[in-house]
Design a protein around this ligand. Structure first.
Ligand SMILES: Nc1ncnc2c1ncn2[C@@H]1O[C@H](COP(=O)(O)OP(=O)(O)OP(=O)(O)O)[C@@H](O)[C@H]1O
Ligand SMILES: [Mg+2]
Length: 270
C-alpha cells in the first residue's frame, strides 16, 4: 500500500530557458527551478528537475508522473508524456488566476495567444514562431545594440516621457533603424519604449484576432519586463495578471496535467 503524498513534475524545455515544477496531489507548488537550456536539452531538463526536487526537498522516486512540454519536449526521455505548450500555459495560467480567459505567452523564440475556457481548457490559439519580431529574441538583440541589460530596458521604458516610433517590422531592419536613431541622438529610453511598443503591437494583433475574454494573464520571460506589461495594460485599459515567476507557468501547467491524468488512470484501474 502506498502512503504519504504523491508528487508530480512538469518540465518546460524552451528555446532559452528550461523550467521544472513539482506539485503535490493537492496541487500545491512544492518547488521549482529555472535553468538555461543551452546546447543540450536533455541535460537542461535533468538539471532543472534535479534542482526543483532539491528545492521541494523530495526524491525522484517520490514522483508519480512527469510531463514534458515546450519546444524541446521530445528531448526529455524520462517524461511519461509530452504535451504542447498551448495546453500547459492555459492550465498553468488558469490555476494561478482562475478568471483567466486569455493568455499571452512571449518567450525567447515565439509568441502565443490562447483563448481559455472553463477549467483551463484551450478554446483557440494563435502562434507566431516564424519571425523574431514580437518575441523576447527581438528585445535581446536590441538590448545588445543599445548596451543595456533586459532589466534596465524595462526600467528605462517605464521612466520615459516620450517615445520614438520604430517603423521596421523585421528584426534585422529594426536593428539598423536603432543604430541610426542612436546616431541621430534620440534618447535611449524613448527608443526602448518604441521597441517595446513594436513588440506589443505585433502581439496585440494576435490577441485581437482571438477576441479578449475574461482576465488576461501573461506568461513567459517577457512578462518580467514591466515596460512591456505596462504597454499591454494601456491597450487593454485594465491590469494584466503576471505571476512573480512568469517563466514557470508552462511547467506548472504540465505538472497539473500530470496530476489530473494520474487521477483519471487510478479511477479506471479501480
Ligand atoms: N529579467 C528579465 N527582464 C526582462 N525580460 C526578460 C528577463 N528575463 C528574461 N526576459 C525575456 O524573456 C525571454 C525568454 O523567455 P522564456 O524564458 O519564457 O523563453 P523560452 O520559454 O525559453 O522560449 P520559447 O517559449 O520561445 O521556446 C528573453 O528573450 C527575454 O526577452
Ligand atoms: Mg516558453
Amino acid at each position: 500500500m502506498k502512503t504519504g503524498m504523491d508528487y508530480f513534475a512538469g518540465i518546460d524545455v524552451g528555446s532559452l530557458s528550461t523550467e521544472a515544477v513539482i506539485i503535490g496531489d493537492d496541487d500545491r507548488l512544492c518547488g521549482f527551478s529555472i535553468v538555461q537550456t543551452g546546447a543540450n536539452s536533455t541535460e537542461a531538463a535533468e538539471a532543472a528537475l534535479g534542482s526543483a526536487l532539491s528545492s521541494a526537498g523530495i526524491r525522484r522516486e517520490n514522483l508519480s508522473r512527469i510531463i514534458a512540454t515546450g519546444y524541446g519536449r521530445i528531448s526529455v526521455p524520462f517524461a511519461e508524456k509530452k504535451i504542447t505548450e498551448i495546453s500547459c500555459h492555459a492550465a498553468g495560467a488558469f490555476h494561478l488566476f482562475p478568471d483567466t480567459g486569455t493568455v499571452i505567452d512571449i518567450g525567447g523564440q515565439d509568441s502565443k495567444t490562447i483563448r481559455v475556457g472553463p477549467g483551463g481548457k484551450v478554446l483557440d490559439f494563435n502562434m507566431n514562431d516564424k519571425c523574431a519580431a514580437g518575441t523576447g529574441r527581438f528585445l535581446e538583440v536590441m538590448a545588445g545594440k543599445l548596451e543595456v541589460s533586459l532589466e534596465q530596458m524595462a526600467e528605462l521604458s517605464l521612466q520615459s516621457k516620450g517615445e520614438v516610433q520604430i517603423s521596421s517590422v523585421c528584426t534585422v531592419f529594426a536593428e539598423s533603424e536603432v543604430v541610426s536613431l542612436v546616431a541621430q541622438n534620440h534618447p535611449r529610453d524613448q527608443i526602448i519604449k518604441g521597441l517595446h511598443r513594436a513588440v506589443v503591437n505585433r502581439v496585440w494583433s494576435m490577441v485581437k484576432a482571438l477576441g479578449i475574454h475574461g482576465g488576461v494573464t501573461m506568461s513567459g520571460g517577457v512578462a518580467k519586463n514591466r515596460g512591456v506589461v505596462a504597454l499591454f495594460e494601456e491597450k487593454l485599459g485594465r491590469r494584466i495578471h503576471v505571476h512573480e515567476e512568469p517563466q514557470i507557468v508552462g511547467a506548472l501547467g504540465a505538472a497539473l496535467l500530470a496530476r489530473r491524468e494520474s487521477q483519471i488512470t487510478r479511477k479506471v484501474v479501480q
